[in-house]
Design a protein around this ligand. Structure first.
Ligand code: ADP
Length: 393
């Protein structure tokens, strides 16, 4: 049977199932009188058929019925509509079954015989939970849509960067080739001013080659499939430092290495993150007088479900107002002109970290060093270990 509530905007829809027909009908009438749109059935099969025909907010079902128990009905109903909120009605004696019903997906229960005053708040809560569930589903769907859109945009940007880089290479190679030929053929005969111009062309072409390579690296990081596995971060960082020291003529800074928890990540990509951050820390804090070498600290710790790593230096730092735009491609801050680079290292870091589901952020003050942190979500990261002392390299 069906009953319509008095004029009310979008009334909540209740499906009531009770094999005691008189009880079910009385409940339907009473609740319809309280603004609900109510449909009642005396059997579980009829109720399930009703659910397949239309949507309901709340299923209010008796627990003990011939044929199918309220728990079985609830399971089948939730399989039809997972957003349905189940409330069971049970006699005082079967409270243990009510608990089982809650485990099977019921949100609440009411003890029979009940008064209207006790069932109305339970239904009110159930309807509210249903609304929140639907709202939550809607938000999750829109988040998924947004993530898909972002991924599509990123893919398009990558494709764009790739084709631009590729298309620029051919004219650039011609520029490099012809200016080199020109330099070889007539360079020595040119007056100094014109020789300078030619050198300027060659340097600009060289710089453009580097920028295109950087753009290609950035686009590659966005496309490469993540190959995730257990990574021993302490060994990885030592490898990065050893490589950096071998490739630098200048005296190395002091490295202080703290705890570096192992993580599950893409090893080569994580290596790239540390390589970019550590080489920035080294290059931006170098050039000190002997005996006052820079100190670079590297460490990490578990923080809830993530592991957060940091690389910090006591170099010139930067204005905190720039802390976010640093990660944009080709951004180099004022004062960085003397330091080699093309402004892509931090964009690559951000891209890799984001692809792992983490985030990267920087803090600094002018003249007081810079610290870069990044988080990597880890399943079951758990509470942090005891802090290991820093080791000097
Ligand atoms: P690059 O190092 O090639 O310039 P990055 O993307 O790695 O490119 O860095 C972008 C800019 O961020 C740098 O040019 C510099 O201005 C600033 N920066 C990065 N790391 C540091 C650091 N450790 N200390 C001070 N400034 C930094």
């Amino acid at each position: 049977m069906a009953a319509t509530p008095e004029a009310e905007v979008a009334p909540a829809r209740l499906l009531i199932v009770d094999d005691e027909v008189r009880h079910m009908e009385a409940l339907c009438d009473t609740l319809a009188g309280h603004g609900y749109l109510v449909v009642g059935h005396a059997g579980a099969e009829a109720a399930l058929a009703e659910l397949r025909r239309g949507t309901f907010d709340v299923l209010l079902t008796d627990l003990v019925m011939p044929g199918m128990t309220g728990i079985e009905l609830l399971r089948s109903a939730l399989a039809i509509d997972p957003r349905l909120v189940g409330v069971v009605m049970t006699g005082e004696g079967s409270i243990a079954t009510a608990v089982e019903a809650m485990r099977s997906g019921a949100t609440d229960y009411v003890l029979k015989p009940f008064r209207l005053a006790s069932i109305l708040p339970v239904l009110g809560r159930a309807v509210e939970i249903g609304r929140l569930r639907r709202e939550n589903n809607r938000l999750q769907a829109s988040l998924r849509r947004r993530a898909d859109e972002l991924e599509a945009i990123n893919r398009e940007l990558d494709a764009f960067a790739r084709s631009v880089s590729h298309d620029l290479r051919t004219p650039l190679n011609a520029l490099v080739g012809f200016s080199t030929l020109l330099g070889q053929q007539v360079g020595p005969t040119l007056p100094p001013r014109e020789r300078g111009w030619l050198a300027g062309v060659q340097q600009a072409a060289e710089r453009m080659t580097q920028l295109i390579d950087a753009l290609m690296r950035l686009s590659h990081m966005g496309r490469r499939t993540l190959e995730v596995g257990e990574v021993q971060v302490a060994a990885l960082v030592r490898g990065v430092i050893a490589e950096l020291q071998a490739s630098r003529a200048a005296p190395p800074p002091r490295f202080l290495i703290g705890e570096l928890p192992d993580v599950v990540a893409d090893g080569p990509m994580l290596r790239q993150v540390f390589a970019n951050l550590i080489s920035n820390a080294v290059k931006f804090s170098s050039g000190r007088p002997p005996g006052r070498e820079a100190t670079v600290r590297i460490g990490g710790e578990r923080d809830g479900d993530s592991v957060v790593f940091f690389v910090s230096d006591d170099g010139p730092g930067f204005d905190p107002a720039d802390a976010e735009r640093l990660f944009d491609a080709f951004i180099r801050l004022k004062g960085s002109e003397q330091v080699e680079g093309n402004g892509v290292g931090l964009s690559i870091v951000q891209r890799i970290v984001q692809r792992h589901g983490g985030r990267v952020w920087a803090s600094a003050a002018p003249g007081q060093g810079a610290t870069f942190r990044f988080s990597l979500p880890q399943e079951g990261a758990g509470p942090g270990k005891t802090k290991a002392p820093e080791v000097s390299l």
